[in-house]
Design a protein around this ligand. Structure first.
Ligand SMILES: [Fe+2]
Length: 183
């Protein structure tokens, strides 16, 4: 079927975001479990609550449109979640793991910010102002989450870096870990 209207594209992209948000509700608890910093864990927990709200807003929009949100899998988010899972499976020191989790989470936020910015613009053009304002609320929360992650990274990245020099004259921690493992 040829999709020849902006409205159809709008609905397709909403479905994509609906799939993305649902995938994220499953991935965030795993990221929370893998995080060591209390602040980062709380941040992930809070964003899980927000993400459930994002799913609800999209459901509201589908109701307004008389459409269903199901039937599309967001492959972009699938890839981001897979990369995140790879990170979690890596053998990182706590602070390095936290830094890597922030990196994965910020990729997710940027992806969502792009998606919501686009559908919000479509909604405005299509005269769906109520939907546009729901999408704007979510977009705002994604942006705030991204900014909080940037803030958290400031301390956590430094902590992760300290692992490289720990022990003064000693060899870097990474080397010591290798030795420990070999022993
Ligand atoms: Fe979201």
């Amino acid at each position: 079927m040829t999709k020849n209207s902006l409205r159809e594209l709008y609905i397709e992209e909403l479905k994509d975001l609906f799939s993305a948000e649902n995938q994220l509700t499953k991935a965030l608890p795993k990221m929370t479990k893998a995080a060591s910093s209390d602040e980062l864990r709380q941040g992930f927990e809070r964003h899980l609550e927000q993400t459930r709200g994002h799913v609800e807003r999209l459901q509201q929009i589908f109701e307004m449109l008389g459409e269903k949100g199901t039937g599309k899998k967001c492959l972009g988010m699938e890839g981001l979640v897979k990369e995140g899972a790879e990170t979690i499976g890596d053998d990182f020191e706590d602070a390095v793991m936290d830094a890597a989790l922030i990196s994965a989470a910020q990729r997710v936020e940027h992806y969502e910010i792009a998606g919501y910015g686009t559908v919000m613009a479509y909604a405005e053009l299509l005269g769906e102002s109520e939907q546009a304002s729901l999408l704007r609320e979510t977009l705002q929360e994604e942006k705030e989450t991204n900014e909080k992650l940037t803030e958290l990274a400031k301390a956590i990245n430094v902590e992760a870096q300290q692992g490289d020099f720990e022990g003064g004259e000693e060899e870097p921690r990474k080397e010591r870990r290798k030795t420990r493992k070999a022993a």
